[in-house]
Design a protein around this ligand. Structure first.
Ligand code: NAP
Length: 244
């Protein structure tokens, strides 16, 4: 599809890493559907990219915890474009009340799962028929090093003491979604991978991350634009493959 514009959907595209991925994909020549749960914040982000000279970016309302908004978005994409080439499952939360298993507020853990895992599952499930119509579909699940069982078990890993049962387990479950979707789609041209942005300065961590969003968006952007020889069913940071 060298000369055909790719249609990309980014959930939680209004700020942070999702906004930077949207900027990158628009810069790479994609039509970007910038998903946001709040219309004002979504339209403001679209204007920001337009002012930077990136014209083909359009707000689309999606709250990943609300199936009706996802269904409506899929209907809009179907009628306007007839297919979806790139699904970027980026929307995510880290909520107060999460923590070690013995201390966490279980309802906060459930809410984190509802966005980080069930949200991505809802959107992938709903968008799959549109992705199947793409000549080269790509699904990227924005995971985290905190979702790796191997890293969580390694006392020498820099994030070893960051243990939020809701957040970390939701990203581990998201990684399982990557593996299962890749399996389900193994006979198709659709590739599915997890991206680990690395610890990035955004509102999610009260802007404590050491690296800027320009770096946090590298792995996801690369996976969205993989060519037909690229991998599927794996996890990558900007530096290469990550362990599960
Ligand atoms: N920052 C890091 O160090 C880091 C590291 C590893 C992985 N990640 C992952 O990277 C992704 C992006 O996070 P970020 O760091 O860029 O954080 P962020 O700046 O807080 O952005 C999160 C985005 O998700 C959206 N969102 C939250 N709940 C939503 C829902 N129910 N429906 C639709 N959108 C929703 C937010 O929208 P609102 O503006 O409406 O709240 C916002 O656009 C997340 O999946 C996160 O877990 C981040």
């Amino acid at each position: 599809m060298a000369n055909v514009k790719k249609i990309a959907l980014v959930t939680g595209g209004n700020k942070g890493i999702g906004l930077e991925i949207s900027r990158n994909l628009a810069g790479a020549g994609c039509t970007v559907l910038l998903g946001a749960r709040n219309a004002e914040r979504g339209q403001q982000a679209v204007r920001q990219l337009e002012q930077a000279g990136l014209g083909d970016v359009h707000f689309i309302e999606i709250d990943v915890t609300n199936q009706d908004t996802i269904t409506a978005a899929a209907q809009q994409i179907e009628s306007r474009y007839g297919r979806l080439d790139i699904l970027m499952n980026n929307a995510g939360v880290n909520l107060r009340g999460d923590g070690l298993p013995g201390e966490a507020d279980v309802s906060a853990v459930q809410k984190v799962f509802d966005t980080n895992f069930f949200g991505a599952l809802r959107v992938a499930h709903t968008m799959l028929p549109l992705l199947r119509k793409s000549p080269a579909g790509r699904i990227v699940n924005i995971s985290s090093g905190l979702g790796s069982l191997a890293f969580n078990s390694d006392p020498f890993w820099s994030g070893y003491n960051t243990k939020f049962i809701g957040y970390n387990a939701s990203k581990a479950a998201l990684n399982m979604l990557t593996v299962h979707l890749a399996y389900e789609l193994r006979e198709t041209k659709i590739k599915v991978n997890s991206a680990n942005p690395g610890y990035t300065k955004t509102d999610l961590n009260n802007n404590t991350g050491p690296q800027p969003v320009e770096v946090g968006a590298i792995a996801a952007t690369r996976l969205a634009l993989l060519d037909d020889a690229g991998p599927t069913g794996q996890s990558f940071s900007k530096d290469g493959p990550d362990p599960w």
